[in-house]
Design a protein around this ligand. Structure first.
Ligand code: TEU
Ligand code: CA
Length: 548
């Protein structure tokens, strides 16, 4: 039997604070802006808010480069603003979790500055400093996720330092016990403030193979980055996570979800098995691309492959681990656009995805704007992009001989900025996001796609989200029920959720073509559908929840 827990029953909503709501006209979303929108989130029905990083940061990677873990980023507000936000969340019966970025810090963090300045400082061993190989080249061939070598050279100290992400995001040395205690102390400081948990950034990368050996070039070509096999699941990963759990999370009633690119289902089981006391959930990313495809490849996402991956996790993850369910976040283009950019299908696809996300076993995570059916932007010049990954990749592509137009097409295919355009609140200028000059241009679709109009429209994507969230809250079968796949052709995704005599049947057409429906469904009672009433044939992307 499945152990019950509040975070298994919760619906989580991810906020990217920079793009959510500006309250003071400086063009940057902020904490007071979030506080102003709490009633909207309550109306939607979400239980937990996850905030992307709000800590003090020089913003080389929009806050994922932390300068001070115990201070709030100036653009976002003050600690008083944060306390008010937390109170506002709790007063509405919701919870709040924070992003925890502990694989690396900013190079402007006091630890790193101290490490550079003072050879005798204990902070020297908080990071991964190494001498040059052969006296001149970087210590190994690892590449950064944001282009180029993963090493910075510090000539005055005659050493190099590792950064898997930007040149200002310096990897921490998790083999150092003092570093680990400093991190736990910081975590407990936040937990004592009363927050309800954490999303842990690239947490599976923290332990690096001893000696930091060269990465295999063939693996590097395959993955797009060299060295990954030496830190995707490093030797001390589980030991570190168990120690962290013991010293922090275990002392509070909180939830944790690890961001774990590339782990796979078996490693994910080890990370989340409740008996092992490491993490509550992890994010696996395999379902975000079709097999053999990467984020910047230009292709149309085929939903038939989604079914195969999700079923694997639904059927084989076991009862000791609990899934996370998500299609979008701040690092990925909008899912609706990846599946089919034809505006005629936008709403049905957005609702189809909601049906899947809220009727499978696991905790759903909604990314801001997903509940409106927000779509990808169309960037017409590199000047419109803000993300360090896109900008670095653009220059890398030019260097490799691509034309500006070709490079821009690739960036438009996979840029993280698609998810970072302002939340579309209304048809007012700048989508109601700011009264000033927005830090990134709003998506041109906002006059048609926005919260204000969708809140008044009973057929809107927003209205559908409200209903499907409510349905899930009212029916434990949709949370804890057994998942039973119906055998069908690949084009259909049909399954049951069953618990204590309560039973739901979910019937989905994964394609743009009409499909023959399973005869049986006509005997059931439709509860929620992305079409008004069942017909003889399943229409394009039709998705219906039936009660049996
Ligand atoms: O992302 C980690 C990660 O591996 C990716 O999603 C990454 O952005 C991409 O694959 C690079 O090619 C996390 C955060 O979600 C992301 O926003 C940060 O930039 C990154 O860690 C570094 O902190
Ligand atoms: Ca602001």
């Amino acid at each position: 039997p499945i152990q019950r827990a509040w975070w298994k029953e919760a619906v989580v909503y991810q906020i990217y604070p920079r793009s959510f709501q500006d309250s003071n006209g400086d063009g940057i979303g902020d904490l007071n802006g979030i506080t102003q929108r709490l009633d909207y989130l309550k109306e939607l029905g979400v239980d937990v808010l996850w905030l992307s990083p709000i800590y003090d940061s020089p913003n080389d990677d929009n806050g994922y480069d932390i300068r001070d873990y115990k201070a709030i980023m100036k653009e976002f507000g003050t600690m008083e603003d944060f306390n008010r936000l937390l109170d506002g969340v709790h007063a509405r019966g919701m919870k709040l979790i924070m992003d925890l970025v502990i694989n690396h810090t900013s190079d402007e963090h006091a630890w790193f500055k101290e490490a550079l300045q003072n050879p005798d400082s204990p902070c020297r061993d908080y990071y991964l400093f190494r001498p040059a190989k052969d006296g001149k080249t970087p210590p190994n061939n690892w590449t950064s996720f944001f282009s180029g070598s993963a090493w910075n050279h510090y000539p005055e100290q005659s050493f190099w330092a590792l950064h898997l992400f930007s040149k200002k995001q310096m990897d921490l040395n998790w083999d150092n016990p003092a570093l680990r205690s400093s991190v736990y102390e910081m975590i407990n400081w936040w937990l004592q403030k009363g927050i309800d948990g954490f999303r842990l950034d690239v947490i599976n990368y923290i332990s690096k193979a001893e000696g930091l050996p060269d990465g295999n070039e063939t693996v590097g070509k395959l993955m797009g980055f060299t060295g990954v096999e030496h830190y995707f699941y490093g030797p001390n990963l589980h030991r570190c996570l168990q120690e962290m759990h013991e010293n922090t999370f275990s002392r509070y009633d909180v939830m944790t979800v690890g961001e774990t690119p590339g782990v796979g289902i078996e490693m994910a089981k080890l990370l989340t098995d409740e008996r092992r006391k490491e993490l509550d959930m992890v994010f696996s990313f395999d379902h975000l691309e079709n097999p053999g495809k990467a984020r910047f490849d230009l292709y149309r996402y085929d939903l038939r492959c989604l079914k195969e991956i999700l079923c694997d996790w639904q059927q084989h993850y076991g009862n000791a681990s609990w899934n996370s369910l998500f299609f979008e976040n701040h690092d990925n283009p909008r899912m609706v656009s990846k599946i089919n950019p034809d505006p005629a299908f936008r709403e049905v696809i957005a609702k189809l995805l909601a049906v899947i996300q809220f009727t499978l076993k696991g905790t759903p995570f909604v990314f801001q704007g997903q509940e409106l059916g927000m779509v990808n932007a169309s960037f017409s010049s590199i000047d419109e992009l803000r993300d360090i990954e896109s900008i670095n990749l653009y220059h890398e592509l030019l260097q490799k001989g691509k034309s500006e137009a070709e490079a821009l097409t690739i960036i438009n295919g996979g840029s993280r900025d698609h998810a970072r355009t302002p939340m579309q609140w209304s048809g007012e200028p700048n989508a109601g996001f700011t009264a000033g000059e927005p830090w990134i241009r709003p998506n041109a679709s906002y006059p048609a796609i926005n919260a204000e109009s969708e809140q008044q429209d009973a057929q809107s994507v927003f209205a559908f989200y409200k209903q499907v969230i409510a349905l899930r809250h009212q029916n434990p079968a949709l949370v804890y029920g057994e998942f039973a796949l119906e055998p069908t052709p690949r084009e259909l995704f049909c399954y049951r959720r069953v618990l204590d005599g309560a039973e739901f049947y979910i019937e989905i057409n994964l394609t743009e073509q009409p499909q023959k429906r399973k005869a049986k469904a006509s005997a059931y009672t439709p509860v929620l559908s992305n079409y008004t009433k069942p017909l003889e044939m399943l229409r394009p992307y039709e998705a219906t929840i039936y009660r049996i």
